[in-house]
Design a protein around this ligand. Structure first.
Ligand code: GLY
Length: 349
């Protein structure tokens, strides 16, 4: 089971490691670096060492979205420079979305770009962050403000790493699986009727394929790739708001809130049946506990949305549903409606 993108292949488990081992022998890299955080160092490195027939150096950064910034990059570029890492080095990103985003960015810019490989260890990075060639970092609290499209050499999806995750992290990844099913109207009923399918390997592979199909049509996000941003206009703002608070939200937790609010907005101005918005909300509520928003939180969310990088000249552009599998982009939404959508999110159906 291999999934082909335009430029590289996504392989599963042993097939992936086997290919990586061959590739490394073939390319004769001067140095191989594995980027980890304290969690993947502790929980995932043993498995990689078991599977890898090559020697590597470990580069560790602190975990968390808050560290996905330029200071961390400067630190790693300095470490690579001090180690005399040359252009014929390989960078392997072993971790969740933060590691694959920042690691891809560091590798793509160090000496104008060295080869890199993604080994996603969270459900979220398996089905989303590690595939699709987006790399990048946050600027202050603006998510992914700096970055570039850059292809890994290959991606290895090994669901064994999922055993290292908490239920909360698994659910966070599931938000993106459910998003893929909403925007493509694939597996929707199946997922809604079987909330236990979160770990299902076929669902994971099919979710990767759904995303890959979209990316293949429009890698640089001029058109259909924008569909993947469903739930993300509000979701990113929610995530940014909580980034500086004590009780941070995981990406998928914020996106789940965004999908509930944007489904409601879709029902108000884009023709989505309210029953479908309710179905989406009810299903997501099985996985995520309710978050409270004060009036000032909602005002701040509206301000953050105005500075979303997907906007044209500060007019917020939303991705809304007309139906399951029927998505429309570049829609203007009044901020009062954004605010009301949080009332919809907050009430029990
Ligand atoms: N996560 C959205 C995208 O890759 O385009």
């Amino acid at each position: 089971n291999i999934i082909s993108t335009d430029t590289y292949k996504i392989r599963f488990k042993d097939e992936g490691y086997g290919h990586l081992n061959e590739l490394i022998t073939l390319n004769n890299y001067t140095n191989i670096y594995v980027l980890v955080d304290e969690n993947t160092k502790k929980l995932c490195l043993t498995r990689l060492k078991e599977k890898a027939s090559f020697k590597f150096e470990i580069i560790e950064i602190k975990s968390g979205e808050i560290h996905k910034n330029i200071d961390t990059c400067v630190d790693i570029w300095n470490r690579l420079t001090n180690k005399n890492a040359d252009r014929n080095s390989l960078f392997i990103n072993l971790g969740g979305g933060v590691i694959t985003d920042i690691g891809g960015f560091i590798a793509s810019t160090y000496k104008r770009g060295i080869d890199f490989v993604n080994i996603p260890t969270t459900l979220l990075s398996m089905v989303d962050a590690s595939i699709g060639s987006k790399t990048g970092i946050n600027l202050n609290s603006i998510k992914n403000q700096i970055g570039l499209f850059s292809d890994p050499l290959t991606v290895i999806v090994d669901t064994d790493y999922l055993k290292t995750l908490s239920k909360r992290e698994i659910n966070s990844g599931y938000a993106e699986i459910f998003k893929h099913s909403i925007i493509s109207n694939s597996n929707f009923k199946k997922l809604v009727e079987n909330p236990n399918l979160v770990y299902d390997e076929d669902i994971i592979a099919s979710s990767i394929e759904l995303k890959n199909k979209v990316v293949k049509k429009d890698k640089f996000e001029n058109d259909v790739r924008k569909h993947l941003n469903f739930g993300h206009t509000i979701g990113h703002a929610v995530e940014s708001l909580f980034m500086n608070k004590k009780n941070k939200l995981l990406h998928g937790e914020a996106i789940a809130i965004g999908m509930i609010c944007e489904s409601y907005i879709s029902s108000k101005i884009n023709g989505l049946e309210i029953d479908k918005a309710n179905e989406i909300k009810n299903h997501l509520n099985k996985f995520f506990s309710k978050v409270s928003f004060s009036k000032s939180d909602i005002n701040e969310i509206c301000n953050l949305i105005k500075y979303d990088k997907k906007n044209h000249i500060n007019i917020p552009k939303f991705v809304l549903l007309k139906d399951l599998g029927l998505v429309e982009t570049d829609i203007n939404v009044d901020m009062n409606l954004v605010s009301t959508s949080f009332d919809y999110y907050s009430v029990k159906l």
